[in-house]
Design a protein around this ligand. Structure first.
Ligand code: FRU
Length: 474
């Protein structure tokens, strides 16, 4: 079904309760329903929003269009967790409303302020002549989970910039509040704008574009946000239209990271920024949100999906899921991402003999970069890790129904000579590969049928030690 603009922005009230119930059922009964990842209750999920620890639990909201697998009228839906592993969805939503978010509540972040949680997000309005108005808005969540959206625009589009102005990350540093915003300069250069305020509800003033130490990062930057990690600053952002010759990446749009020593807030610049690198080298990872928890430990969660992309689950009326939560560290100036683990694996199993249920973590210890293949699958369907002595290629071309992508269904990762460890987390329709203790990550969606049981088979020129654990349904 092709969705017209009018259909995408039709008010929620125009849908029947039966339509919604049918979409919820289709998601829940899907063969691709995930066991331990955040997924949409119905319709489309995209960015994680408002990732925070507040009132003794973790909060994540996700961007949701509840009525189909397309980027329609967006709201935030709320999920909470005691431990970053077990997630539970409730009925709390932040929904579009006139006049500032009539065509969608877009991405944003959350910050505990006194005993409440402050949410800052982008209100999206489409004008009749096809234009756009973006306004940064605020809302308060109290300890009884009551949400009060303020109708006060906190930040409006600055002069010299286009209406592509969204996705605030709000931070508290010393006595000052800061907000980072994704923006597009009038000459179509992607920028991150830094704002500051003495109080979260304003007045907010523009400090300036954040100097990343790298220019020409494409025509738009979405979802900029940063965390403090082991004495460094980790800045994560999604540049669109970035030149692949200069900074290579494989997906339609990348999710990039810069590790710097600090932020010079007064002068809006990163201090001693490192290179721009891919946060994830797989197929589907975008709009990652980072947060410093109460213990100062930094965590990240990503959308395992991409803008302007269709997936096989679309025909069931739903799309998208979030990643595992990843704990962040910086070791020797380099980012490490390690999944926050699922504690009670129901059983150890023999991965070479036992059947995969599609919720396992498998680890492969390689003494050197081998030649040959590790396959997870049944021959008809398989997710393959192939090696040529120098590189690992992840191949999802026959891992079930193919993702129809102009950007290919293989990803090649060069590996340094020597030993490597791979940890692959499988959850029905997602995989997340952590290489060498999270020095590199490659994630993606797969759409297998599992009708003929899956196993692990290895055909390599050198021995590999394989261990596996089955993961519980959460
Ligand atoms: C990123 C994004 C954000 C925007 C949101 C809308 O995927 O385009 O820039 O706020 O999605 O759903």
């Amino acid at each position: 079904k092709k969705w017209t603009t009018q259909q995408r922005y039709a008010p929620y009230g125009s849908y029947s309760a039966e339509t919604l119930a049918g979409l919820i059922r289709a998601q829940r009964n899907s063969r691709w329903h995930l066991s331990f990842h955040i997924q949409p209750r119905s319709g489309l999920l995209n960015d994680p929003n408002g990732f925070t620890y507040y009132n003794h639990q973790w909060h994540v909201f996700y961007q949701n269009f509840p009525y189909g697998p397309v980027h329609g009228l967006k709201s935030w839906r709320h999920v909470t967790s005691p431990d970053l592993v077990h997630w539970q969805e409730d009925q709390l939503t932040l929904e579009p409303r006139a006049p500032y978010s009539t065509q969608g509540v877009y991405s944003g972040s959350a910050l505990p302020v006194n005993d409440q949680l402050f949410l800052m997000y982008t209100g999206n309005v489409r004008t009749t002549n096809g234009g756009r108005i973006s306004t940064q808005l605020g809302a308060w969540l109290n300890q009884d989970e009551q949400l009060t959206a303020s109708d006060l625009p906190l930040i409006t589009q600055p002069s010299g910039y286009t209406p592509h102005f969204r996705d605030p990350q709000i931070l508290h540093v010393g006595k000052t509040y800061y907000a980072l915003l994704g923006a597009q300069r009038a000459d179509h250069q992607g920028q991150i704008l830094l704002y500051q305020a003495d109080a979260v509800n304003g007045p907010w003033s523009l400090v300036g574009p954040l100097d990343l130490g790298h220019a020409d990062l494409g025509y738009m930057i979405e979802c900029p946000n940063l965390a403090f990690v082991d004495g460094h600053v980790v800045l994560i952002f999604c540049p669109q239209g970035l030149d692949r010759q200069r900074i290579p990446y494989a997906n339609i749009y990348p999710n990039m990271v810069i590790v710097a020593d600090a932020v010079d807030w007064q002068n809006a610049r990163l201090v001693n920024p490192g290179p721009v690198t891919n946060l994830d080298e797989g197929f589907d990872c975008y709009a990652t949100q980072v947060v410093n928890g109460p213990d100062h430990q930094a965590y990240a969660i990503s959308w395992l999906g991409l803008p302007d992309t269709t997936y096989p689950s679309d025909r069931e009326g739903w799309q998208g899921c979030l990643s595992l939560v990843k704990a962040l560290h910086v070791v020797n100036g380099q980012l490490r991402q390690t999944p926050v683990t699922i504690p009670a694996a129901t059983s150890h199993f023999e991965p070479l003999r036992d059947t995969l249920k599609g919720r396992e973590v498998l680890t492969f210890d390689l003494n050197q970069v081998p030649t040959g293949k590790i396959a997870l699958g049944n021959g008809h369907e398989e997710l393959a890790l192939t090696f040529d002595g120098q590189a690992l290629t992840i191949d999802r071309r026959i891992a079930g129904e193919p993702v129809d992508s102009d950007y290919g269904n293989t990803r090649k990762l060069d590996l340094l000579p020597g030993s490597h460890q791979l940890a692959l987390w499988l959850d029905r329709s997602s995989f997340e590969l952590f290489i060498d203790d999270g020095q590199r990550v490659a994630s993606g969606r797969i759409f297998p049928h599992f009708d003929t049981p899956w196993r692990v088979t290895t055909a390599l020129d050198t021995p590999v030690q394989v261990t596996g654990q089955r993961l519980p349904k959460l």
